[in-house]
Design a protein around this ligand. Structure first.
Ligand code: GTP
Ligand code: MG
Length: 205
């Protein structure tokens, strides 16, 4: 049960005994009445999470302060022919070990709400700097799909990223795209839809 003084950030008074133990300390979902499996867009600031959020959810979204904070969180729904998925656009984060309020909210969203798929959005120009967060998400036992965005700018710099090679190395689905240029969005949507429809998504953990 959440501590009323810190609204759960102390993890109910349980002491973390290490990074993994801390990360695996899942709690009950905090969104009442939520029934759809939830996709969380996650990643460092300025990588294109919100552009992707708009592409996935269309025009209708709700924006509200995350409980107990002044950090705004957008929520919407991604519809496929076969199913629906709640989508949450998390604030930019560098690590699951938070420093800023925004990072705390992103961490709480990922670890306290039932996340059926964490779509880690990275900037293809800075893959090396961003993959450590991918590893943290995987280590935290989150179901992760990697969206390597900004491929238009990466290609202009002569950077080539082989999605299929990354996919084999990381052991998670990988899609390359340029969201703001509408390149690769169709494939991303179909990979997410296939993931949903293959029964990989669960409504709760
Ligand atoms: N060239 C290029 N620009 C992009 C692409 N995707 C997003 N952008 C631009 O990158 C900037 C940041 O995009 P956002 O979607 O706001 O990034 P964000 O990850 O939501 O950023 P935070 O909310 O600050 O964490 C915007 O100016 C987008 O238009 C892309 O694929 N290519
Ligand atoms: Mg954003």
């Amino acid at each position: 049960m959440d501590c009323h003084k810190c609204q759960g950030s102390c993890h109910g008074g349980k002491k973390a005994g290490g990074f993994l133990q801390f990360l695996s300390n899942k709690e009950e979902p905090i969104t009442p009445g939520q029934t759809l499996p939830q996709l969380a867009l996650v990643g460092m600031p300025n990588v294109g999470k919100s552009v992707l959020f708009n592409a996935l959810t269309g025009t209708y979204a709700t924006v509200s302060n995350y409980p107990g904070t002044t950090v705004e969180v957008s929520r919407g729904v991604f519809r496929t022919a076969a199913t629906e998925l709640a989508v949450v656009d998390t604030p930019g984060m560098y690590s699951l070990l938070p420093i800023t309020d925004e990072e705390k909210v992103a961490r709480d969203l990922l670890l306290k709400e039932p996340i059926a798929l964490a779509l880690h959005v990275v900037d293809g120009k800075n893959l090396g700097r961003m993959l450590p967060l991918t590893f943290q998400l995987i280590e935290a036992s989150l179901p992760v799909m990697l969206a390597v965005n900004m491929m238009d700018e990466a290609q202009q710099l002569g950077i080539e990223i082989k999605g299929d090679y990354l996919e084999k190395e990381l052991g998670i689905p990988v899609v390359t795209l340029a969201a703001a240029r509408n390149v690769g969005l169709r494939e991303l949507k179909s990979r997410v839809a296939a993931y949903v429809e293959s029964g990989n998504l669960s409504r709760a953990h």
